[in-house]
Write a protein that binds this ligand. Structure first.
Ligand SMILES: [Zn+2]
Length: 431
């Protein structure tokens, strides 16, 4: 097997320039690496060595480290000298579990509310470029029939998408949210939760609906929390003006998450902790954090990590403009504008922030630059979100876990990605 196998599309979904001379000088990957990344694997499975591995199962860095995998699962991980010669030798950078993003509205020009089969295929096939190997497609507030249609479409399409990032379910952000904390959601489509409306959404999701963002202070919302929980849908509190006490009450009946901590929710006051304070203080809750340093400043990110260790997960909240040049795009079927200034998030016409153009690897890098440890930042992009939605076989490099990895360079940008042991992305070598 040669490097050509990789470039020739030996793995479905690969479309990269071939690494013709993958030598030590071309440090993208060794020859053995390219070959093994293609299909590979001896009876002993595939063995990767790296100068650093962050397994995320515990707060350690294996330096150097090795991992073996077979049949799509990790079989061993260790520090120091590997038990045999490696199939893939990563010359530099760090190997981490593939990223798990619980809030992706769209990417690469595709708005998942309106995307067709080709659009969905593009998003799952290309998300590994950003280190993401599993995600929750996210639908924002829309008219109820439209949401049901989008949910049915997702439930029909998802099982057929066998290449690229794993779809772990759908995150429905709305429509049972607070008009006063609506952010970029269209006020005209926000609903008071009724048992019938909840039932329609659950049925339309056909089991794919995994997470729903609700404002528990709305009339009827506590019953909706119970109803979603009973249907196996995790409840996250967001776009909410709930007091700390109201958030705790939602926790008492099953809510376990908070959507994009700090944004579009009642803030922390020292006599009324609001959603933010109670999310950090109450160990039942895990909170998403949009780690673009635009939605939340660096200091507030550091506060969240310090106050709720192991309970903060990085999300992109990416909109269709992510991975694209500046211009006009859609979020939830309505226009947003991505400014030309790199790093600035997209907005609605009135200037309201409307999702992001963030990559997960950049989110991890931002947190590390803000002062969060590498192990905590990687954990927040991998193990914490996987555990939060009940997928402990993902988000860690540990025996029995899925062989989903991201190889990051020393700037923490993605060089290669594996999903179930198959190479899902290899960054073209730079000449
Ligand atoms: Zn939101």
């Amino acid at each position: 097997m040669t490097a050509g196998n990789l470039a020739d599309g030996g793995e479905a979904g690969l479309s990269r320039p071939r690494a013709d001379t993958p030598t030590a000088a071309n440090t993208e990957m060794s020859t053995a690496a390219s070959a093994a990344a293609s299909t590979a694997a001896s009876a002993e499975g595939t063995l990767i060595t790296a100068p650093r591995i962050v397994p995320a199962a515990q707060a350690t860095v294996l330096a150097p480290g090795y991992v073996t995998f077979s049949g799509g699962l990790v079989t061993a991980v260790g520090q120091g000298r590997p038990p045999r010669a490696p199939d893939i030798e990563l010359a530099d950078g760090v190997l981490v579990p593939g990223f798990v993003d619980l809030q992706v509205n769209g990417y690469f020009g595709e708005d998942l509310m309106t995307a067709d089969a080709g659009g969905w295929e593009k998003v799952v096939r290309r998300l590994p470029e950003t280190g993401t190997t599993a995600f929750l497609p996210t639908l924002v507030t829309a008219p109820l029939p439209e949401l049901c249609r989008a949910l049915r479409g997702a439930a029909d399409l998802a099982p057929a998408l066998r290449v690229g990032a794993r779809i772990l379910g759908v995150h429905l952000e709305g429509p049972f949210i607070s008009p006063g904390r609506r952010g970029a959601h269209n006020a005209a489509w926000i609903l008071e939760p009724t048992p019938a409306a909840v039932e329609k959404l659950v049925v339309a999701g056909s089991g794919l609906l995994r997470l729903v963002t609700v404002a528990p202070e709305r009339r009827g919302a506590m019953a909706a929390v119970r109803q979603f929980t009973a249907a196996g849908v995790l409840v996250s509190v967001g776009h909410s003006d709930a007091t700390g006490r109201q958030l705790s009450a939602a926790g008492d009946i099953g809510a376990r998450m908070v959507t994009h901590l700090f944004n579009a929710q009642r803030p922390l006051h020292h006599r009324e902790p609001g959603v933010v304070g109670t999310a950090l203080a109450d160990s039942r809750f895990t909170s998403g954090l949009i780690a673009d340093l635009q939605h939340v400043c660096a200091e507030a990110c550091v506060i969240a990590f310090a106050a709720a260790p192991g309970r903060v997960h990085i999300v992109t909240d990416a909109a269709s403009c992510a991975g694209m040049p500046s211009g006009r795009y859609l979020l939830g079927g309505e226009p947003i504008d991505l400014p030309a200034h790199a790093g600035r998030p997209p907005t609605r016409a009135d200037g309201t922030l409307a999702g992001s153009a963030l990559r997960m690897d950049a989110g991890v890098a931002h947190m590390v630059r803000a002062g969060v440890s590498l192990t905590d930042a990687v954990g927040a992009a991998t193990r914490v979100p996987a555990d939060a939605i009940g997928r402990p076989e993902l988000g860690r490099i540990a025996p029995g876990a899925a062989a989903d990895f991201a190889w990051l360079d020393d700037d923490l940008m993605t060089r290669a990605t594996w999903i179930g042991g198959q190479c899902g992305y290899l960054r073209p070598a730079r000449g």
